[in-house]
Design a binder for this molecule. Structure first.
Ligand code: A2P
Length: 323
């Protein structure tokens, strides 16, 4: 699946990226998943400080490039993200360097602000956890992320990051940053699947030349929606997959690509890593049928409210409760 999109700055981004979040369990799992993905043909890896596996991703990239001299570093699109407790200007710069060191790279293709929320760090450089067991929020920096974004812009200007962006940002978050951004974010990585089509935010991003990047495109996080039905159990979606002789995951990936954004399926299972990469063309009728399933749904699987002790999306939470 060699489909690529072009970011507003001309940088090419492979349409199917490999998510590494699932593979942070046992030691070596990420390494195996990453090398399997690269052998399969994936050329886009999505990482984060928070996933604590940048070292293994880096090892995977290095070994793969050594064994496959026809593939060059610049053929692989590597994205990583700065975590909430490192949003101060100097900390963002430090975190980027630290990620580069762990990855064993001298630049990343994309660097993202993981959440629109700034938190305090402790003496060990980890997120500081308050007596309530939650993150200690830096209110000023959360409300005004200008210093954070200035550091991102600096990383872009110095070539440490070939593109910069955000993750989990809503329309109000983006509106706010347009007031001070010298360089507009090239991407916004958000949760998107048929139970959370996020149409309004996706269209808003398109309008502003921001590439939406879909995490959890298979809708397969462990939480069960209030409706009791998981994406993987939806009858219409499964029928579309069976009829075409495809897996549901292939159909969901194809749906995202056809809607015009990057998708990040993740798996630690070699067979599924491979099958997810196979290109599938949706018929117009199937595309319309999936859109019909998605229409009006707004079920978010990922909500860090309890972890952060801070509602990142008050308006989203209200919507979710009423969904
Ligand atoms: P596994 O690693 O065992 O393959 P999402 O990105 O939507 O959160 O989904 C990730 C989850 O979906 C992982 O738990 C992964 O499990 C599972 N998964 C990935 N590919 C497939 C597939 N082709 N069929 C079923 N489940 C899949």
């Amino acid at each position: 699946n060699g489909k690529t999109f072009t970011l507003s700055n001309g940088v090419k981004i492979p349409g199917v990226g490999f998510g590494t979040f699932a593979s942070e369990g046992s030691k070596g799992e990420t390494y195996t998943a990453v090398t399997t993905a690269l052998k399969t043909g994936y050329r886009h890896l999505d990482c984060a400080w928070y996933y604590l596996n940048e070292g293994e991703v880096g090892e995977g990239i290095r070994d793969f490039l050594k064994e496959n001299p026809s593939v060059k570093r610049e053929d692989i699109f590597v994205c990583t993200k700065v975590w909430n407790h490192l949003h101060r200007f100097e900390d963002v710069l430090w975190s980027a360097e630290d990620s580069l060191k762990r990855l064993g790279l001298d630049y990343v293709d994309m660097y993202l602000v993981h959440w629109p929320i700034a938190a305090e760090k402790n003496g060990q450089g980890e997120p500081k956890i308050g007596s309530d067991g939650k993150y200690v929020i830096l209110k000023d920096l959360t409300e005004n992320p200008e210093p954070t974004w200035r550091a991102m812009e600096q990383l872009y200007k110095t070539g440490k990051a070939k593109s910069i962006g955000v993750s989990n940002w809503t329309i109000p978050d983006l509106e706010k940053m347009f007031k001070f951004a010298e360089i507009k974010p090239h991407a916004n990585q958000i949760e998107i699947h048929p139970f959370l089509p996020n149409e309004e935010l996706v269209q808003y991003c398109f309008k502003h030349d921001i590439m939406p990047v879909a995490y959890s495109p298979l809708g397969s996080q462990n939480q069960v929606p209030t409706t009791g039905e998981r994406v993987s159990e939806n009858k219409t979606l499964n029928e579309i997959a069976e009829k075409g002789g495809n897996t549901l995951a292939q159909v969901l990936i194809a749906w995202g690509l056809r809607r015009g954004y990057v998708v990040l399926p993740k798996s630690s299972n070699p067979k599924r890593i491979e099958s997810n990469f196979k290109s599938v063309e949706l018929t117009d009728a199937d595309f319309a049928a999936i859109n019909a399933v998605a229409e009006g749904r707004h079920f978010r699987f990922v909500n860090m409210k309890d972890t952060f002790g801070y509602d990142v999306w008050p308006e989203e939470t209200a919507k979710q409760l009423s969904a």
